[in-house]
Design a binder for this molecule. Structure first.
Ligand SMILES: [Cu+2]
Length: 166
């Protein structure tokens, strides 16, 4: 009887630790998603200064992720995209030209979605939308279309093609 009690206690402790580990895993890359949305929202407003500022924050975050706390599979996925994401974030951060920023944002978004599919960044839905004019995608926390490639010129152009965490 005592053995059974110990076994139950052991299993309960292990489960709790696993739940806790998932929380840590989620939080170590989640700031990147928040930062991505900040850049995206600045581009929706056609605000190149804000886009640059948020891209600089993204660049800092992507270069300072604590990989030791991540599961191996997540770490491998992250390492596949880290340099690519840093490259486009740096170009967006160093430019005040919204056209140039949007060029990089297209590639940036495609790579970021690959990361978001490989690693669970959030429990909330992530909408992957497509702009047929730009032939490029972006991620959004909202299903409603707000186009970061054209801003007010074509705010509702595009459609959701895929949804994570439905
Ligand atoms: Cu560039």
């Amino acid at each position: 009887m005592k053995k059974i009690f110990l076994l139950v206690a052991f299993v309960a402790t292990t489960l709790t630790q696993q739940l806790f580990a998932q929380d840590i895993k989620k939080s170590s890359l989640t700031p990147l998603l928040t930062s991505y949305y900040d850049i995206k929202n600045a581009l929706i407003s056609s605000n190149s200064t804000d886009a640059a500022t948020h891209a600089e924050a993204f660049l800092k975050a992507v270069n300072s992720v604590d990989m030791k706390s991540m599961p191996a599979a997540d770490m491998n996925a992250f390492m596949t995209y880290q340099d690519k994401l840093a490259f486009d974030a740096r170009h967006i951060s160093e430019s005040k030209d919204i056209v140039h920023q949007r060029e990089h944002f297209a590639n940036f978004s495609a790579n970021f979605f690959k990361l978001a599919k490989a690693v669970k960044l959030t429990d909330q839905p992530v909408y992957y939308a497509y702009c047929p004019m730009k032939k490029s995608y972006w991620l959004s926390a909202d299903a409603a279309i707000k186009n970061p490639y054209f801003g007010n010129q074509m705010l509702t152009c595009g459609k959701v093609t895929e949804t994570l965490n439905k």
